[in-house]
Design a protein around this ligand. Sequence first.
Ligand code: ARG
Length: 468
Amino acid sequence: MNLKEDNQDLKLWGARFKQRSAAILEAFNASIGFDYKLYEEDIQGSLAHVKMLAVQNIIPDADAKSIEAGLKQIKAEIALDPRSWMETRFADEDIHMAVERRLTEIIGEPARKLHTARSRNDQVITDLRLWLKKQVSELSSLLLALRKAFVLRAEQDVDILMPGYTHMQQAQAISLGHFWLAHEARFARNLERLDDVLKRIDVNPLGSGALAGSTFNIDRHFTTAELGFAKMSVNSLDAVSDRDFLLEYEFVLSVIMLHLSQFAEEMILWNTQEFSFIEISDAFATGSSMMPQKKNPDIPELLRGKAGRVIGVMNALMLTLKALPLTYNKDLQEDKELLFMANDTVRDCLTITVDFLSNIKVNKEKMYTALTKSFVNATDAAEYLVKKGVSFREAYSVVGKAVAYAVDKSKYLHDLSIEEWNAFHVAFNEDIILTLKLENCVDARNIYGGTSRMQVRERLAELKTTLF
Ligand code: ARG
């Protein structure tokens, strides 16, 4: 539909309507408002492409040289202030057109040869893959920094003991160091996930053209090497429409946010007056505008809250892709704007969490009190009996009765005397008292991966040699 022609018939408001409609459609169609962020990769891709065109004698060397010089000038121009540059080129629809038109302004005729044997369809996805490779490496460094922060925290807190929970019920005694390292293990897997996704990202689609390849004698091996891709795409139709590598990347972003959110939730809970296991430093909290006593944990709440939008971005891309026939469809332009937002969010959240972690004040007395006022050593009592030859089920039932008795007497298991224990089973000896000491309950779980302080220290030593 040609809007300008269609609107010729409109009276009175016609002139105005014609203009407004066209402007809305232009803006609706344009992606330069966000894809200018790919300018470096776009120019990098063009430089490799043009070099290849010259080597293959598809365009003259002199033209290639002039294009190269022009592209470098444009890159320097944009780098000064990418956002303002984009605003001056809004009429250019997307970054690919903007760079090409600017090149024509600078070098004239040779610029018109740049797009030989290329389409925006293979161009945009080359740009995006190059950009993602950088993001993977940046995110990996951030994940590493976070893992180190958990390790340092764990190192400080190995000797702090606390109740571990299942179903949010006090379950068994653990070392706080072990708790921090559980979070470290989650982020270690996220780092692995990124590494896995990189295999699918690191593929060169350039040369796939609009969809079917090229009639020119282009050398795809050349651009693959020039751009530093690990390999090249094997099917041009797939190459211009494949976005599943991006979906995977967004899945990893989502899992990272999920883990940050779970962590934040626990810190918010521990920071409540009821728990008081930790105090979140003032920098990560704000006051209430009405209630003078309040110190709200806004920053961890936002870490938790922002998981929603990042997971939403992954879902949005899935839904955008689900009904697309081969090959390129304009729907695919929707892949970038939300990705950039999600990527910024994850980067900020990781950076903030590193800082947040080192600023937590642990209230170890409160944690220890929670332990002493609990039945977390009930399993230890049962396992004590098993080691004296009693079957686990019998031991379980004996200790269950002891728990009921202690509750009745307003005591805990570690308050019971040997006489009281013997009333429940003859196999109890003096050493039950020592067995139920909370430090011993922690240290008795001395198997690889367990919470004993010795195991936590060994794990820390492993991590220190691999991460630092
Ligand atoms: N701006 C487009 C995008 O982001 C670039 C590719 C346009 N291709 C086309 N045939 N219209 O996907």
